[in-house]
Write a protein that binds this ligand. Structure first.
Ligand SMILES: Cc1cc2nc3c(=O)[nH]c(=O)nc-3n(C[C@H](O)[C@H](O)[C@H](O)COP(=O)(O)OP(=O)(O)OC[C@H]3O[C@@H](n4cnc5c(N)ncnc54)[C@H](O)[C@@H]3O)c2cc1C
Length: 180
């Protein structure tokens, strides 16, 4: 069978690989001059690969976790929430975990009782309804929005599940030779 896959991002390439294993004749069509989509590693200006898109394997619970071992790639473990410092407008440094909830006086983001999402509302509608904008948006949600998509197309319920996701506590893995 002949199959056309549109887009050579991670999803398209994984689909093409599975289809090929199932004996399909696959053609992948990509609009850009490179494969990878939102995965983009730059090696042009630094001694180490710089990630312009996806950077981490978020815990051992995600489908990408077995891939580095499978392809012989080196990883470095660290806890993004606790080990990464964010510089605030007043010049002070805080961990991501602290920034996520400090305006509410908590030191663990999962202790914050964020308002529940209603029905199928989008993340944009949720933020507007709860008057969350700018710095009031939890850092972890800002990260979620920048990683994934336009808040108008994201489910508020899925975003809240991400906010409370325990696997983030486990830490992250960076692929030392580049995510691409
Ligand atoms: C800044 C940033 C940081 C991130 N950090 C992480 C991280 O640390 N860990 C993690 O797991 N994820 C992270 N992500 C998310 C991750 O990069 C994406 O979830 C993943 O790469 C999406 O893959 P995809 O194949 O679904 O889509 P995309 O990567 O968007 O690929 C879609 C491809 O389809 C092509 N295309 C679209 N329309 C057409 C068309 N009509 N014809 C031909 N080609 C077309 C596009 O050019 C693109 O190459 C991050 C994303 C961003 C932007």
């Amino acid at each position: 069978m002949k199959t056309l896959v549109i887009g050579a991002g991670a999803a398209g390439l994984a689909a093409a690989q599975d289809l090929q294993k199932a004996n399909h004749q696959v053609v992948v069509l990509e609009a850009q001059h490179r494969v990878g989509g939102r995965i983009r590693t730059d090696r042009s200006f630094a001694a180490v690969p710089i990630e312009l898109g996806a950077e981490f394997i978020h815990s051992s619970q995600v489908p990408t976790y077995p891939l580095p071992a499978q392809f012989g790639l080196r990883t470095h473990y660290f806890n993004q929430q606790e080990d990464t410092l964010v510089r605030l407008p007043d010049g002070s440094l805080r961990t991501i975990a602290q920034v996520g909830c400090q305006e509410r006086g908590y030191n663990n983001i999962r202790m914050v009782d964020w308002p529940a999402a209603s029905g199928e509302e989008s993340l944009a509608e949720y933020l507007q309804r709860n008057q969350l904008s700018g710095q009031k948006i939890p850092y972890k949600l800002q990260e979620y929005i920048s990683d994934f998509d336009n808040p108008r197309r994201l489910s508020a319920q899925a975003a809240l599940e991400f906010l409370y996701d325990k696997s983030a506590e486990e830490g992250d893995f960076r692929i030392l030779d580049g995510y691409d």
